[in-house]
Structures are given as structure tokens and as C-alpha cells.
Write a protein that binds this ligand. Structure first.
Ligand code: ATP
Ligand code: MG
Length: 262
């Protein structure tokens, strides 16, 4: 086990804000002053209401989007100062993204999709990319569907292809946006088990956005995004609230993760 002072900082956000200008010229402040450090081996969960800025935050953590103000550092190097070629390489080699909408290449097979991140790899990873991708598809339970065209797969199957694609290059930072959103409880649990397992094997950091309290609870550090601000979340209180709601027949509502008490 690593000691605290040995933790390797992977990605660090300092005072990050994100604003966009809307068509009526007004400004929407999506993120307001977020500071967060994610280290190797960390497992962080983020919950929050729809529209609270979770995907925006994940895109900034994964260096796909730049903040309006504040800084992002990857392994202590400030990302805002990097040329786009270096940034693309850094992202490709180090970050595995499970997108909320999967973002699979349409018209291509599951195998093509999972092989894609290995297309720019070097040496064995490149030459063995077909077998490595097929093995990862096997691990997400899709060994029998590798030649199927991605957009003809079911939603849950597409989600598992997206997860295999995120993990295939053994990234040190795994960013998962609602990775179980399209899965039934059992498949969701096994996919989260796989994300944990691969992250542990490579001492990778895993950041999971989720509406599911059980998924959030698998992480070691829990956060909630509320109106663009990040705060630590008390999941035990959220579980209590949801049990309470379930025991009151007239409520009829399931309390989602974003109801985490602030
Ligand atoms: N480029 C953009 N232009 C305008 N509005 C944007 C842009 N990007 C995000 N937003 C808005 O910012 C808010 C946060 O979006 P985001 O996708 O980060 O939310 P989220 O927390 O991931 O929501 P969900 O749980 O529904 O996925 C939303 O209201 C969205 O419409
Ligand atoms: Mg989102």
C-alpha cells in the first residue's frame, strides 16, 4: 500500500470555472471555482443533479475541454500551456474515457471500436491490438459479439464496448460518465467490478459520475456537484434518506444520488 506522501498527483484542478455565452448573449456559469486533485490509485465518485455540470467537469479533467479560468495540471505539467499535438498524445496515452453517450464509431464493429485507441500505440500494443481488444471485449462479456456493428448492439452492449475501449490501453486515468446508466443491476455491478479491477491492476485513478448510490459508494472519496460547486458528499446520509423515502408509501419517489445531503 502506498503511503499518503508517496501519492503521485495525476490531475489537479485549481480554481477552475467554466462559462459559456448563450444565444441571447447572457452568460451561463457552469462550473464555479473547482479545486480537485486526483492521484494514482484514487477512486472518486461525483454525484449531482442533471445539468449541474458533471460531464463538463469530466471533460476538463480529461483535457478534452479547457476551463474559462483556473488551471489544469497533468502530472504537474500545466495543460493550458501545452501545444495541441502534445496534449492529444498525453490524452491518448493516459486517459480512458467512458462517454455518457458512448460515442462509438457507427458502422464499425465492436472490435474496430475497441482497437481504435491502440491504433496510435507502439510496439507489442500496436501489433497485438486485435487480440488485446478481443480479450477486453471478452472481459466485458461481449466475446461473442466482437464482429457485430456497434450501432446494432443494444444500449447496454454499446456501453460495455465503450468501457472496453476506455480500458484497452491501460490508461492511468479512467473517467467514467454514468458507466452503468444503460445496464441492469447485475451487469452494472460486474462492469463496475471490472473498472475497479483494471484500475487496481495498473494503479490507475478512477473518477466515476453516477446517479446510483451503490455505484458511488464503491469509490473511496465522494463528491457532489451542486450549482457548479464541488463539495464532499456524505453517502451514508443519502442512503438513509433513500431508505426513509422507500418506507413512506405516499412518497412513491426513489431518492436519487443527487439528493445527497449537503
Ligand atoms: N457548450 C455549451 N453551451 C451551452 N450550454 C452548455 C454547454 N455545455 C454545457 N452546457 C450547459 O451546462 C449545464 C451543465 O451541463 P453538463 O452536461 O455538464 O451537465 P450534467 O451534470 O452532466 O447533466 P446530466 O446529468 O444530465 O448528464 C447544462 O445546463 C448544459 O445545457
Ligand atoms: Mg452529463
Amino acid at each position: 500500500m502506498r503511503q499518503r506522501d508517496e501519492l503521485v498527483s495525476l490531475v489537479r484542478l485549481d480554481g477552475v470555472t467554466k462559462s459559456v455565452t448563450l444565444p441571447d448573449d447572457s452568460t451561463l456559469e457552469i462550473l464555479r471555482g473547482i479545486s480537485l486533485e486526483v492521484s494514482a490509485g484514487d477512486h472518486v465518485s461525483i454525484v449531482g443533479r442533471s445539468g449541474s455540470g458533471k460531464s463538463t467537469l469530466l471533460n476538463i479533467l480529461g483535457m478534452l475541454d479547457a476551463p474559462t479560468t483556473g488551471t489544469v495540471a497533468f502530472e504537474d505539467a500545466e495543460v493550458g500551456r501545452m501545444r495541441s499535438g502534445r496534449l492529444d498524445r498525453l490524452r491518448g496515452e493516459n486517459v480512458g474515457f467512458v462517454f455518457q453517450q458512448f460515442n462509438l464509431l457507427p458502422g464499425r464493429t465492436a472490435l474496430d471500436n475497441v482497437m481504435m485507441p491502440l491504433g496510435h500505440a507502439k510496439g507489442r500494443l500496436f501489433w497485438n491490438r486485435r487480440r488485446i481488444a478481443a480479450d477486453m471485449l471478452e472481459r466485458v462479456g461481449l466475446g461473442h459479439r466482437i464482429e457485430q456493428i456497434a450501432d446494432r448492439l443494444s444500449g447496454g452492449e454499446q456501453q460495455r464496448v465503450a468501457i472496453a475501449r476506455a480500458l484497452v490501453r491501460r490508461p492511468v486515468l479512467i473517467l467514467a460518465d454514468e458507466p452503468t446508466g444503460a445496464l441492469d443491476i447485475d451487469t452494472g455491478a460486474s462492469v463496475m467490478g471490472l473498472l475497479d479491477e483494471v484500475a487496481t491492476e495498473t494503479d490507475a485513478a478512477l473518477v466515476t459520475i453516477t446517479h446510483d448510490l451503490h455505484v458511488a459508494a464503491r469509490a473511496r472519496r465522494h463528491y457532489r456537484l451542486d450549482a457548479g460547486r464541488l463539495e464532499t458528499a456524505d453517502l451514508s446520509r443519502a442512503f438513509e434518506a433513500s431508505t426513509l423515502a422507500a418506507s413512506v408509501p405516499s412518497s412513491g419517489a426513489v431518492v436519487p444520488a443527487e439528493a445527497v445531503a449537503s
